[in-house]
Design a protein around this ligand. Sequence first.
Ligand code: NAD
Length: 284
Amino acid sequence: MLKLDGLMVSNKLRESLSENIEKWSQASGRRPGLTVILVGNDPASEVYVSHKHKACQKVGIQSEVIKLAHDTQMEQLKQTIETLNLDKQVDGILVQLPLPSHLNEREALETINPKKDPDALTIENIGLFFGGEGRVKSCTPNGVMEILKYYDIPLSGKKAVVIGRSKIVGLPMFNLLQQANCTVTLCHSRTADLKEHTLEADIVVVAAGKPEFLGKDDFKKGAVIIDVGIHRKQVDGKNKLVGDVRYDELEGWASAATPVPKGVGPMTITMLLKNTFDLARDQG
Ligand code: NAD
């Protein structure tokens, strides 16, 4: 079985991104800029934001984190976003989700200028993306496509199954695979017989958010398995990361699969960096 090494692909992409950013910055006299707004102090969000900040610095993107108190009101959040919309040094604005429950996520996201939306979460960008004309593509699903591309996995005419229909993973994944000429089936928690679909598939992307819930018996021999799930599990008193798939069972059965960790995970931030740079180039 071919191990689809997302960490290696991600490192290669970041290296070439970093070179391209350097050239662009010398020519334009400025660096691409990403500002992340973090409201409150959710520990998981703080970790994600710090990873993004460090990743930006490594590839030469100017990164700023604006921390707002948990009790920030909608008007103040919108004003912060509007100020960034007007700032020519800022190419990407990211509102770290989830927001505290008193704030309206959709209203916050719609305040972002769609030309500065590297997560492709504004209604305008979702529309463009689903119409095949997106200025940027959703980060995690696009990361999956980059892994498939790097390993030359044939897609056209293949049967793909996506498990999960979230707005950030399952739905955009469905869209990218159909754009790549796969015949795609989207499965979710109300799918009557999941195995009936997965056993038919050449490619299965699993994003159900259920730790280790699928194994060898759920897949056709020779299938390509992409595991988007990330879960923390205690093994012998130590924290271990696992996916939605029991990876160890796939050896000798699947033709290729992403491990967890070091599979899809590192690609999400890489695609965020790429999107920020693409938006900076569009702004000039
Ligand atoms: P979500 O909870 O929003 O969506 C899960 C989806 O799975 C739902 O659409 C649901 O219908 C479907 N589902 C749940 N149980 C199912 C079942 N038994 N059979 C079929 N479908 C089922 O989750 P999400 O935000 O899409 O994330 C999914 C997983 O991917 C999580 O583990 C999350 O941590 C991980 N994730 C990883 C990255 C990354 O960078 N690698 C990014 C985002 C999410």
